[in-house]
Design a protein around this ligand. Sequence first.
Ligand code: NAD
Length: 293
Amino acid sequence: MKLIDGKVLSAIIKSEIKEETAHWVAGGGKQPHLAAILVGADGASETYVASKIRSCEEIGFKSTLRRFDASITEDQLIDEIEALNDDDDVDGFIVQLPLPAHISENRVMEAIDPKKDVDGFHPVNVGRMCKGLPAYISATPFGIIEMLKRSGIETAGKHCVVIGRSQIVGLPMSILMQRNDNPGNCTVTICHSRTVNLKEIARTADILIVALGRAEFVTADYVKEGAVVIDVGITRVADPSKKSGFAIRGDVKFDEVALKAGFITPVPGGVGLMTICGLLTNTLKAARKEIYP
Ligand code: NAD
């Protein structure tokens, strides 16, 4: 079994982005500027946004955090998004999800200018990705593609099973794995909560990408000997031995699956760290106007 180490890979990618940014700025380019909107005070969202802002500082980006109370109305939030759309200094921005229940995430995502949509959630970016046109690829699928590429995993002709069909992970992942590119060229099966015989299907996977959000759901009997197992799940489980009172678990029962898998990603220390790299890469592309010249 080989561990696909998100800590090592994300540190390499960040240092590459840092170098490219310094080179770009030294050549007279604009310092990339990422803005983030955070609504409410959800603990996990606070952690994710803080880590995104910290990463910007590390690699030489400018960053801005705009915080709003959970009581903000949908129209007020749209006004704030439009202000960022019109702000020439901001190259890209994200609205941290989830949003409070009274706000439509779809309306919010569609209000973001696709040119600044560095999370890659706007229908224009999703559509362009499906057509194989230059697009901001959403951060988690981008991170997984980089893990496969940088680990030298052969994907062409392989059977890839994706468990989960969410807009932010499962669905874009399935599209990227079947495209005519490297990584890509897989035969893809996408499974979801209504899939019958999930275990039997998972067992036929050469590459198993698991994003269903249930701690340690995938046990060794879901995995073919030698398969590549990518664990996207992040679930907090109570753990009184930790200072925080919780531990992070993936969707894969790591200890037993690791004995069978050819490659596996750990949680924490896997896909989660790569996700930030996707966001930073997209922001640098936005500053250089690479996707939308
Ligand atoms: P989601 O809840 O939007 O989607 C879950 C998907 O899993 C759904 O499509 C559902 O049909 C499927 N599913 C649920 N139960 C199932 C079952 N028993 N069998 C088969 N399929 C089932 O979740 P999401 O936003 O895609 O996130 C999935 C997990 O990945 C969560 O733990 C989330 O925290 C994590 N996540 C991690 C990152 C990262 O950077 N590592 C990024 C996004 C999400």
